[in-house]
Design a protein around this ligand. Structure first.
Ligand code: ADP
Length: 849
């Protein structure tokens, strides 16, 4: 508010009157310019002090009104005297002009001015409201433009729709065209509803989710499919809220829908890949679980356990440990052979983690919490990613403790079996076996045998510690086993069952001890475990093997029992075999003795019988009886043939006896094999003819050599008689050949033949390859033949096939045996000693003889 005063200071009283209004007042002199605006805008009112002179007052008024900024500012002219009416009217014509005359009542002045101020305030607030409305309109237009631009460009649609399916849209942004192929107008016209696009199988779920959200008055988020205008299936993601009416009931829905098909497909693909990965993982895991191998996989570089199968925990004997660094491995229980625990970095997995190199297969000792020391066969290697970076380390291990032990057991049993088989001297080999048992089955071992009287005698003792071995011997001497004892070897013998005390302590020793010195001896032995296994054969207990351990960490277990029992079986068999062999040997000796006596006894009457027959024959021929009486001749021939056969049999038996005792001596002389063959063939001519065989002979010119003629005759006789006997009545070919330094005799028939499996055996004593019912014989002919041939430095072999005949080939060096003593020695070899048939014939066929 301005007060225009003239002269200066004249308006002071006015200023004082208006001060209580609290409005800013500025006095200016008439003729000075009233400020037109400024920060406070145009003045609310100008008081023109015209008390000195109306004219100047009016001029000032006119002047101010002409100023554009002040054209609406109320002007109040204050005069001393009444003004002329014309002047007043001119003044009013200016508009917003008023007058005040003296005397001035401050109240009246203030009331007038207050009216102006109020008017001004109203005007100002009207202007402000107008300005604000204009501004708001501009802003709304901008927002709408922006919203339109935004909604037109966002990847999705903004909508408003009814709250119930099929959700007809009352508003849809342009984005719906890209979503479903329909434009906003298709929806707002009602040609199509949003719910028409949703497949029925998704519809119920969506309805429920929306209703639930509305009930809870929270926004809803949905994912579902629609079928677009072109029939394509697409996935939508929607977020919306309910619009609630005055009664709190949701009337409309508003929200945003966007196409997440690509995302959804990517998600589905991801889920598919994840599922595949998971199923591969599951498969791998179940394979690893099924493996009979312990598997441990540790993360690189930390060593943290990523995976371990059940077998790993079973084999380790405890749960896998929490490991976060390599040092933590030290908490596992692997030990060096000297018992030191592994340091963290010494573990195979740690080594691979540190070096990245595979750890080749090796054995690791593991001391399980249950006290068992196990052997693991272990292999570890790196697992790398495609870039070759170490990701993890996998270790596979198998508990080979039993395997290793049973391998050692097998080796042990094989070694013992070799010893047992090495000789038939049972007691000597068993003593050796007792020594071989330590330390495998015990630190000490001893063997007690049941003697014929039923008592026990200690055969052998062995101990790894010589001093303790002496102690055992002393114990054996001073305290012989008492069969009635309820424990130890005596119990095993009595019951025929294994006796075992795997944990022997002082209480056990006290029970076993017979008296105080006995107990002292037992204590000195330091026995910690004791095992006795009986040796049994054919329901008889032959003896007992006892094993003792003398170290606190060694005790006999089930496996030891099995091995010990296996060993006992083998030892019993060997012992029994040896005893049977001794018995058989004794029986053979008795038989040979009998044969030798019998053959001598039989030969005694044979010689006079032969002579008598020869005399009888001579007389019958001389008296002409034989030539005239065919029956007499026949009986004579029969008698002579039987005597010849008997003589041959007895001769064979005598030869066996001689061979047994090494008494078959050769009388070497210049001999012609061809001659011998001819002669023997001559004797057999009749027999061959009877059998239906043709005897065909071939000779080389020179078939001489230095042999025993009678024995050679015996060889040829045996081979020819066999060829006739087994030749099935077919041709027989005999040949004597000159081979330079050697002479060969071949006798071939076309008869029953010999199967390959019998071809070696038939040269043994009493060995035959035919049944005694069809073919008579003692099985001695070839045995004696081979001995004779070999005694003369030669050899005999056979080639044959069943039913295709046999060929016996004898090769003799012309020089005979290398030395005469060799000849004698060869024939005396006890192993080869057996007998023959068909030797020493005294001619064939009837005749004066
Ligand atoms: P033996 O003829 O008295 O039985 P040998 O020692 O002469 O005794 O012969 C042993 C076995 O060899 C005979 O029992 C027979 O099975 C077989 N053998 C020998 N010679 C022949 C042969 N030429 N053909 C077929 N088997 C033969």
């Amino acid at each position: 508010m301005f007060i225009v005063e003239a002269p200066p200071g004249a308006g002071l009283d006015l200023e004082a009157m208006l001060a209580p209004l609290g409005h800013a007042i500025q006095r200016v002199s008439a003729g000075d310019a009233v400020p037109r605006g400024g920060s406070a805008g145009s003045p609310a009112c100008v008081l023109i002090d015209a008390r000195s002179d109306w004219t100047t007052g009016f001029e000032t008024a006119f002047h101010l009104r002409a100023t554009p900024e002040l054209e609406r500012t109320p002007l109040l002219l204050v005069g001393k005297t009444p003004c002329e009416e014309a002047a007043l009217l001119r003044g009013y014509a200016l508009g917003r002009v008023d007058f005040l005359m003296e005397p001035l009542h401050p109240e009246v002045v203030r009331a007038k001015i207050r009216t102006f101020l109020e008017l001004r305030r109203k005007e100002d607030s009207g202007h402000e409201a107008q300005a604000r409305a204009g501004h708001a309109e501009a802003q709304a237009r901008e927002s709408e433009r922006m919203l339109h631009t935004l909604l037109g460009n966002i990847p999705g649609m903004v909508y408003r729709c009814h709250r119930e399916p099929p959700w007809p849209l009352v508003y849809a942004s342009e984005g719906c065209r890209a979503l479903c192929g329909y434009g906003p107008e298709d929806f707002t016209r009602g040609d199509i509803r949003w719910g028409d696009l949703v497949p029925p199988e998704d519809s119920a779920r969506i309805t429920k989710e929306v209703q639930d959200a509305l009930a809870a008055r929270v926004p809803f988020t949905l994912t579902y499919r629609i079928h677009t205008r072109s029939g394509e299936e697409r996935w939508m993601w929607e977020r919306g809220v309910g619009l609630y009416g005055p009664e709190g009931k949701a009337e409309m829905l508003e929200g945003f829908i966007t196409d997440v098909t690509a995302f959804r497909h990517a998600q589905e693909e991801r889920e598919r890949l994840l599922a595949r990965q998971q199923s591969e993982r599951d498969r791998l895991e179940s394979i690893l679980q099924q493996l009979p191998v312990a598997v441990h996989i540790a993360e690189a570089p930390s060593g943290r356990t990523l995976y371990a199968n059940e077998e790993a925990e079973r084999v380790l004997g405890h749960a896998m440990l929490e490991t976060t660094c390599i040092n933590d491995f030290a908490r596992y229980r692997a030990v060096h052979p000297d018992g030191r625990r592994y340091k963290g970095e010494e573990y195979p997995i740690a080594r691979v983690l540190l070096t990245g190199n595979p750890w080749s297969e090796r054995d690791v000792l593991y001391s399980r919490p249950d006290g068992a020391l196990r052997i693991f066969h272990l292999k570890a290697g790196p697992i790398r990613d495609r870039q070759g970076q170490l990701q993890a380390v996998v270790a596979g291990f198998v508990d080979i403790t039993e395997l290793k032990r049973s391998k050692e057991d097998q080796t042990f049993l094989a070694r013992v079996s070799n010893t047992l088989a090495s000789s038939l001297e049972a007691e000597a080999t068993l003593s050796q076996v007792v020594r071989q048992c330590i330390p495998h089955l015990g630190d000490g071992c001893f063997l007690d045998l049941v003697d014929p009287e039923g008592g026990l005698h200690r055969l052998a003792v062995a101990h790894t510690d010589p001093a303790r071995e002496l102690l055992v011997r002393e114990l054996s001497r001073r305290y012989p086993l008492q069969l009635e004892a309820p424990h130890g070897p005596a119990a095993a013998v009595r019951t025929g069952e294994t006796w075992c005390e795997p944990f022997v302590d002082d209480a056990v020793l006290s029970r076993i001890a017979l008296d105080a010195p006995h107990l002292e001896l037992l204590r000195a032995l330091g026995i910690t475990s004791m095992l006795s296994v009986p040796l049994r054969a054919r329901d008889q207990v032959l003896g007992v093997l006892t094993f003792i351990h003398g170290r606190p960490d060694r005790h006999h277990d089930a496996q030891d029992r099995r091995v010990a029992e296996d060993l006992a079986r083998r030892a019993s068999l060997a012992l029994d075999n040896a005893r049977l062999y001794d018995e058989a040997q004794a029986a053979v000796r008795v038989r040979d003795e009998f044969l030798s006596v019998a053959s001598h006894e039989l030969r005694t009457p044979l010689t006079p019988l032969q002579l008598t027959l020869a005399t009888l024959a001579r007389e019958l021929w001389r008296d002409g009886i034989a030539s005239q009486d065919a029956r007499a001749r026949h009986h004579l021939d029969m008698a002579r043939a039987q005597v010849r056969k008997l003589t041959a049999l007895v001769g064979a038996l005598l030869d066996v006896g001689r061979l047994n005792h090494g008494r078959l001596a050769l009388e070497l002389a210049e001999t012609d094999l061809g001659e011998v063959l001819r002669e023997v063939a001559n004797w057999f001519a009749l027999e061959a003819a009877k059998a239906g065989s043709n005897l065909k002979l071939e000779y080389s010119e020179d078939t001489h050599g230095r042999w025993d003629p009678l024995r050679l005759e015996q060889v040829v006789t045996n081979l020819l008689s066999n060829a006739i006997r087994y030749g099935a009545g077919r041709d027989i070919h005999a040949r004597a050949e000159d081979l330079g330094d050697q002479v060969r005799l071949t006798v071939r028939d076309e008869g029953i033949g010999i199967s390959p499996k019998d071809q070696e055996r038939i040269f043994g004593r009493f060995e035959r390859a035919v049944s005694g019912r069809h073919y008579g014989g003692l099985g001695l002919g070839l045995y004696i033949t081979r001995n004779l041939v070999e005694a003369m430095g030669g050899r005999i072999q056979v080639e044959s096939q069943p039913k295709e005949g046999s060929t016996f080939i004898v090769t003799l060096p012309r020089a005979g045996p290398r030395t005469e003593s060799e000849a004698a020695e060869t024939t005396s070899r006890p192993v080869k000693v057996h007998g023959a048939v068909g030797a020493h014939t005294d001619g064939a066929g009837s005749g004066p003889g």
